[in-house]
Design a protein around this ligand. Structure first.
Ligand code: VGL
Ligand code: ZN
Length: 190
């Protein structure tokens, strides 16, 4: 394992769901969601400077989706494909060469993890990625699911904790605990 806060060959930066709907003023606002943006941007710049690939996932639901309250799910309507709210935060640095991972497109189930039925693990293994730095929204939902799947897929997972925010603080604390127990490295400084 390389230095834990040094991006190098074999690393990947995976930014989870930093979309308008998850920020204050959005359809499913997370407190302080927009505050992750400058931290994430600094990591993106660092990744670019070190030749480390940057991937960004986005929640991208059909207009009618099982996770919506109107369909018996637990969330308000959010991240509808091609809607303004589904766009990345306007200040988020999205390099031209960044790879977008679209998830949540199934009508019949949620895909909280960026690995869930996307083929992402296959691709990253093929590309020689061994360690994945993650950040984004929400710490207790899609970041958690993505990080735990990353562990299962055999990647060394690093969470940039200051660049995440939880829907629920209580669940956020639980999520951190769960990740720690799974062997995830939690960076508490940026
Ligand atoms: C998310 C709630 C519903 C997330 C997605 O990206 O964390 N949260 N859909
Ligand atoms: Zn969603």
């Amino acid at each position: 394992m390389g230095d834990i806060d040094q991006l190098t060959t074999g690393d990947l930066l995976l930014i989870v769901d930093v979309q308008k709907d998850f920020c204050p003023g959005g359809a499913l606002p997370i407190a302080g969601g927009d505050q992750v943006v400058p931290i994430v941007n600094a990591w993106t710049a660092r990744a670019q400077a070190n030749g480390v690939p940057v991937y960004l996932s986005r929640d991208w639901h059909p207009q009618c989706h099982l996770s919506y309250q109107e369909n018996g799910g637990m969330w308000p309507v959010h991240c509808v494909q091609d809607s303004a709210g589904a766009a990345f935060h306007p200040d988020l640095l999205v390099p031209e060469e960044a790879v977008i991972v679209t998830k949540g497109t199934r009508f019949d189930q949620d895909q909280n993890s960026a690995f869930d039925q996307t083929g992402l693990a296959f691709w990253l293994h093929k590309a020689g990625v061994r360690r994945i730095f993650t950040a984004g929204l929400a710490q207790d939902v899609c970041v958690l699911a993505t990080v735990m799947d990353g562990v299962k897929e055999g990647f060394e997972m690093v969470l940039i904790e200051p660049a995440t925010r939880a829907v629920s603080l209580e669940n956020g604390a639980r999520a951190l605990q769960q990740m720690r127990q799974a062997g995830v490295h939690i960076l508490s400084e940026h």
